[in-house]
Ligand binder design. Structure first.
Ligand code: AMP
Ligand code: MG
Length: 310
């Protein structure tokens, strides 16, 4: 991992020129640009080939800066105290006088925001005069990036700069919680829903139906390695890559393990690198063992299910 203050300054220089760069976060790498500049954020959509109807998450390091752009409420404050910075994105009401580019919100009156935990990104945000719009650093529908090399694989020389922050610690996207009306989960992610429920002391509706397509993280094909995936498999086909939740004694070169010991958090962290490795080895299809649908297992199954759609 190569990073120092001069890299952070370099990143600022590119961003101040309205360029789009890759930044490390604890969830996955982001493709970042000045959220107040329409010129800058347009570049994100172009690079990602992202539909204009899919709004971006905006990243902050200070609550006082967020308050310039969004209306906050009691529920937000409780969750902010407990989980920020961390892998949770909130959808809040946008303030009328906010400077956020309309392109960021797809012209909606709500804004998705997050306080990332990665030290390098936090230091970068502190020296900027604007928040950063940053969706995941991958071409639309493809696998998210969890290290600088993945970003290079996605965009090659099309990207001005990659701020290297090592491998993402959570390794899977943030959970998205809408607090616009009643609390509602729009995307399962790096923070378990039960933990949010405990703080708010209420059951939270999970609204991730891919057919309704409110948040495009919910769209049918997403997070895809570009080859077919079959789920809940006991015995894989010959020549098929087989993803297992933990190491087994019967070995095969086609077996790939998500973790040593059935730890679902560790499995989530390794999911995208495992899928990328399999894709790059040239397999034609992937089989996945059944993964328990509890805690982070729910997020893993959600990603695999969307990646398996045609
Ligand atoms: P990405 O950063 O690429 O993982 O994508 C950001 C996710 O946040 C997408 O699923 C968006 O649809 C979702 N999102 C961003 N802004 C909003 C919003 N205002 N309301 C609902 N979802 C949003
Ligand atoms: Mg994404």
């Amino acid at each position: 991992m190569k990073f120092n203050h001069s890299n952070i300054k370099k990143a600022k220089k590119y961003l101040d020129q309205n360029k789009c760069i890759a930044v490390p976060t604890e969830t996955v790498y982001g493709l970042a640009a000045n959220a107040y500049s329409t010129t800058a954020v347009k570049k994100i959509f172009k690079l990602k080939k992202r539909p204009k109807s899919n709004p971006l998450i905006v990243h902050y390091s200070k609550l006082s800066n967020l308050k310039k752009d969004c209306l906050i409420n009691d529920k937000f404050q409780k969750l902010y105290k407990k989980f920020c910075p961390g892998p949770i994105t909130f959808v809040l009401k946008l303030k009328k006088n906010s400077k956020i580019s309309k392109i960021v919100t797809s012209n909606n009156k709500t804004l998705a925001i997050r306080f990332p935990k990665h030290k390098i990104l936090k230091n970068l945000l502190k020296i900027l005069n604007y928040p950063l719009a940053a969706p995941s650093a991958n071409v639309s529908t493809r696998l998210s990036s969890v290290k600088a090399e993945d970003v290079k694989e996605e965009f090659g020389n099309k990207i001005s700069y990659i701020l290297d922050g090592g491998k993402s610690k959570v390794g899977i996207e943030s959970s998205i919680l809408s607090l616009v009306n009643f609390p509602k989960i729009l995307r399962l992610g790096g923070l378990e829903v039960s933990k949010i429920e405990k703080v708010l002391n209420q059951k939270i509706k999970i609204d991730i139906n891919p057919l309704k397509n409110i948040a495009p993280g919910q769209s049918k094909l997403h997070y895809s390695p570009g080859i077919p995936i079959r789920m809940n498999i006991i015995k894989p086909k010959k020549d098929e890559a087989f993803i297992l939740i933990k190491k087994r004694t019967d070995k095969s070169p086609n077996y790939y393990y998500l973790c040593k010991n059935k730890n679902l958090k560790e499995a989530a962290k390794n999911l995208y690198s495992c899928l990328r490795k399999i894709k790059n080895k040239g397999y034609k299809s992937i089989a996945v063992q059944k993964i328990k649908n509890i805690g982070m297992g729910k997020t893993i199954n959600d990603r695999l299910y969307r990646a398996s759609n045609k």
